[in-house]
Design a protein around this ligand. Structure first.
Ligand code: SAH
Length: 348
C-alpha cells in the first residue's frame, strides 16, 4: 500500500485522521506542529511522541523528500536560486529574494507547464504533473531551514500555472496562512495566473486575502493570442471582467504583469491601448523587461526605452513600476535553471 502524504493533510484533517487510526486528537496537534512549525523532515525527530507511535506513522505515512540538487547565490543582489529534486526524480526550482521588508520566496506550482506562453522557458519541456500541497509548502520549508531565516512573503510565480492546479493550490494557501503552521499572512501571498477565467472567479469566492497577479502581456486580444495560447480560450474582455470581479469580491487590488518584448508590445499604440484598458481600473501595472530564453528569440527593449514607456504610462495616470531585475547571473528567470539542468543531463 502506498504511504499517505502526511504533509498535505490540513490541520483539521490531520486531527480527524489521527482519531481514525485510534490516536488522541492532541497527537494530531503535536504532529501538525512538528511538520508545519518546527519543519521536521523525519518522524524520528518528533521526540514528544512515543517510539511506537513514530513507528506506526512511519509505516503508514511519508514526509515527502525534497532534496536540494543545486543552490546558486547571486553575486549581484541578495538572491538565491534552488533546484529541488522530488521523490519521483522531478526537478523544480524556487527563488529566494531578500528585501528590506523580509524574505520572499518564489515557488513552482507544477512540474513543467502546459500553458505554452511563447517567451517562457517553463513552457519548452511541456507539462509533467501537478505539485501536491506538501510539495508547494516544502519549497518554502526547505528554504527557511537551509537559510535559518524566516520567510515572510510568498509569490507563486515559478514554473506552472497555479489555477491549473486549483485544489492543491487552494489548500496550499490555506495551510501556509494557518496559525498552526508558518502563519504567513494571506496579504503577503501573491499568485500569478495567465488568466484561467472560471478559476479566477472561483478564487474570488474563497474568502481569501491573497493578491492576484494577472499576466497581461498585450493590450489587445490579437496580440495576446500571439504571445499566450490560453488567450484563445479566454478572451481579454472576459479576463478583465474576472479581475474586476476578484477586486469587487476581495477588495484586493490586482496587479497586471506585462513582459516587455522589443518590437512586439512596446510601441506607441501599445501604450495607448494599455492606458484605455487600465485607466478606469484600480490596479497596478508591473513591467518586466523580457528575460531572454536561449530557445526563443525575444529581446528586451533598451533600458532607456523601457523608462520612456513607463513615464508615458505614468503621465497618463497609470500606477506603474518596472520590476527590478534579480539574479540575472544565476538563471533567475522562470524555468531557466531547470532547463539548463535538463540540457546538461541530455548531453551526458
Ligand atoms: N503561470 C503563471 C505563473 C508563472 S510565470 C502566469 O502565467 O502568470 C510568472 C510570470 O513571469 C508571468 O507573468 C509570466 O508571463 C512571466 N514570464 C515568463 N517567462 C518570462 C520571461 N522570459 N521574461 C519575463 N517574464 C516572463
Amino acid at each position: 500500500m502506498d504511504k499517505k502524504d502526511i504533509v498535505s493533510f490540513g490541520y483539521e484533517e490531520l486531527l480527524l485522521e489521527m482519531e481514525r487510526i485510534g490516536e488522541k486528537p492532541f497527537r494530531g496537534k503535536q504532529i501538525y506542529s512538528w511538520l508545519h512549525e518546527k519543519l521536521a523532515e523525519e518522524f524520528s525527530q518528533m521526540t514528544n511522541l512515543s517510539v511506537a507511535l513514530r513507528e506506526k506513522l512511519e509505516a503508514m505515512y511519508e514526509i515527502k523528500k525534497i532534496s536540494m540538487a543545486a543552490r546558486r547565490i547571486s553575486k549581484k543582489d541578495p538572491t538565491e536560486k534552488f533546484l529541488f529534486e522530488l521523490g519521483d526524480g522531478s526537478m523544480i526550482e524556487s527563488v529566494l529574494m531578500k528585501y528590506d521588508y523580509g524574505n520572499s520566496v518564489c515557488i513552482s506550482s507544477q512540474v513543467g507547464c502546459r500553458m505554452g506562453c511563447r517567451f517562457c522557458a517553463s513552457a519548452i519541456g511541456g507539462f509533467e504533473r501537478n505539485l501536491t500541497p506538501s510539495e508547494m509548502l516544502g519549497q518554502i520549508y526547505r528554504i527557511q531551514k537551509l537559510t535559518g531565516e524566516r520567510v515572510s512573503n510568498v509569490v507563486v510565480m515559478g514554473t506552472g500555472e497555479p489555477l491549473d492546479n486549483y485544489d492543491n493550490f487552494l489548500k496550499f494557501v490555506k495551510m501556509l496562512s494557518d496559525s498552526h503552521g508558518l502563519h504567513i499572512s494571506q496579504r503577503n501571498i501573491t499568485a500569478s495566473t495567465c488568466g484561467i477565467v472560471p478559476n479566477i472567479r472561483r478564487l474570488a469566492k474563497e474568502g481569501l486575502q491573497i493578491t492576484l497577479a494577472l499576466s497581461l502581456h498585450a493590450s489587445n486580444q490579437e496580440k495576446r493570442e500571439e504571445l499566450m495560447p490560453i488567450a484563445k480560450k479566454y478572451e481579454l474582455s472576459e479576463v478583465m471582467a474576472a479581475c474586476d470581479y476578484y477586486f469587487k469580491e476581495t477588495g484586493r487590488r490586482p496587479t497586471f504583469e506585462y513582459s516587455l518584448v522589443k518590437g512586439v508590445n512596446d510601441g506607441a499604440k501599445d501604450v495607448k491601448e494599455l492606458v484605455s484598458l487600465l485607466l478606469e481600473r484600480n490596479c497596478h501595472l508591473n513591467l518586466i523587461p523580457v528575460n531572454p530564453v536561449k530557445e526563443r528569440d525575444f529581446e528586451r527593449p533598451d533600458r532607456k526605452n523601457a523608462l520612456a514607456l513607463k513615464n508615458k504610462l505614468e503621465k497618463n495616470g497609470i500606477n506603474v513600476t518596472i520590476r527590478r531585475e534579480r539574479g540575472s547571473d544565476i538563471d533567475g528567470a522562470c524555468g531557466q535553471l531547470r532547463r539548463r539542468y535538463a540540457d546538461a543531463k541530455k548531453e551526458k
